[in-house]
Design a protein. Structure first.
Length: 440
């Protein structure tokens, strides 16, 4: 099957990545505008409760992702990779764009919050089916020897999605001014999603089904029941081990990116524009680390790179965030150092996230790969990483202590390091072009 690797696989990677950038743009503008959404869709008389409610909705979108992975994973293994993530992309765009059309709490009362919750659930469900499909799609187009490197390019898409979301927010705010932005122009970044997703759908319609899925289908080797084969067989052991690894990865990811932005706004008390610029610059500089560590995992293995990221995060989060607080005091901001610190935090994301796509694709057989990759991926990132915002924010509000807020982001990677050290296999030499050997 190795001879079937298509010559245009780089175009495939670019097309899949562009779609993912837009998907993550959709997902992250909600978090980036949490403080504004709290005012618009909840009772203003209780600002802390309103903010926590908004963060809870942000978190709910993560928690429902495994259900989306479960549903769309079945579709991806039965119908195909391409059409499944066209459906998820469309749902994501509609869910996001419609948030920009919701009347506020002042207009329709609590109904506004319920509509927001419903749209957030659509976002979470669709994203649950999207990313496992994108990993599978790219992995099934590239060679075994360079899989970490090429899937590392795909892994930059969530980080770049954050950058695009921040850029659109900053551009809109700069054009209309803060007063108008806070009044109604905050809707524009959501409405832009309609246009971006239309472009992404057009790009993805040009793609073909993966050669591995086509081969499985042609040979009559497709699974009749992906759920049964993935979760009611010996494969469940592999799903559980993968979930442990991805939980650690998810916590490192969201602790290094989302919480850095929240920290600057709510601990250092910087305005949204200043905080966003610092994070945006750091993300752009650090994004290549996802490719770098994906490439490194092709040389030395997925396991040592990922475990190193877990360990460094657990050991250094507290001093790094204390340092970040000391250099971002309002009126005395050391911009280069602040950017450098967040660059370090995002480099840890590169270590754990850059190789994870290759690891997951290699760990499961082609006939149930979409389902088996999607579910642990979204358990780890949706539940493990998705709980970072609400746990850290609640701990910070309750104790006013950065140390207490960081207990969860430190403890989870530490525990996952120990478990993965003994449970996680090395998959670098597993060939997905020979599915019968994929679980050796």
């Amino acid at each position: 099957m190795a001879s079937q690797i298509p010559k245009n696989f780089r175009t495939v990677i670019v097309a899949a990545s562009v779609g993912n950038v837009i998907e993550w743009y959709d997902f992250y503008i909600f978090g980036s505008l949490a403080t504004i959404l709290a005012v618009k869709f909840f009772d203003k008389t209780h600002p802390v409760a309103a903010l926590l409610s908004t963060i809870a909705l942000f978190t709910a979108g993560f928690l429902i992702r495994p259900l989306g992975a479960f549903l769309f994973g079945w579709l991806g293994d039965r119908v195909g990779r391409k059409y499944t993530f066209l459906i998820t992309l469309s749902g994501m765009g509609i869910g996001t764009g419609c948030i920009g059309l919701i009347p506020t709490f002042q207009d329709i009362g609590l109904s506004a919050a319920f509509i927001l919750f419903f749209l957030r659930m659509i976002q979470g469900l669709c994203l649950g089916g999207e990313y496992g499909g994108a990993i599978t799609y790219v992995a099934e187009h590239v060679s075994d020897e360079r899989r970490g490197y090429y899937t590392g390019w795909l892994q930059t898409s969530p980080t770049l999605g954050i950058v695009v979301s921040l850029a659109v927010i900053l551009g809109t705010q700069a054009y209309f001014g803060k007063t108008v932005f806070d009044d109604w122009a905050w809707r524009i970044p959501f409405l832009v999603s309609f246009l971006l997703v239309a472009i992404a759908i057009y790009i993805r319609l040009q793609l073909q089904e993966t050669p591995i899925f086509q081969d499985i289908k042609a040979k009559g080797q497709m699974t009749k029941n992906p759920w049964k084969e993935a979760f009611l067989s010996q494969n469940i052991k592999f799903v559980l081990i993968a979930s442990v690894v991805v939980i650690g990865e998810g916590v490192v990811w969201y602790s290094g990116q989302f919480w850095a932005l929240y920290f600057l706004q709510n601990v250092s008390k910087l305005d949204l524009a200043t905080a966003a610029w610092i994070v945006c610059i750091a993300l752009l500089i650090a994004s290549p680390t996802l490719i770098l560590f994906g490439w490194l995992s092709d040389l030395i293995g997925r396991k040592p790179v990922i475990l190193a990221g877990f360990l460094l995060a657990a050991l250094t989060y507290y001093p790094l965030y204390v340092w970040l607080g000391s250099v971002t005091k309002p009126g005395a901001i050391n911009y280069p150092v602040a950017v450098f610190i967040i660059f370090i935090l995002v480099s840890y994301v590169g270590m754990v996230y850059g190789p994870i796509g290759a690891f997951l694709a290699e760990y499961f057989p082609g006939r149930i790969r979409y389902t088996s990759v999607s579910v642990p991926y979204h358990i780890g990132n949706g539940w493990g990483g998705g709980l970072v915002p609400i746990i850290t924010v609640a701990a910070l509000k309750a104790t006013d202590s950065v140390g207490y807020a960081l207990i969860y982001p430190i403890a989870v990677p530490a525990v996952c390091f120990v478990l993965a050290l003994f449970l996680m296999p090395e998959t670098r030499k597993m060939s997905i072009w020979e599915p019968e050997k994929a679980r050796a």
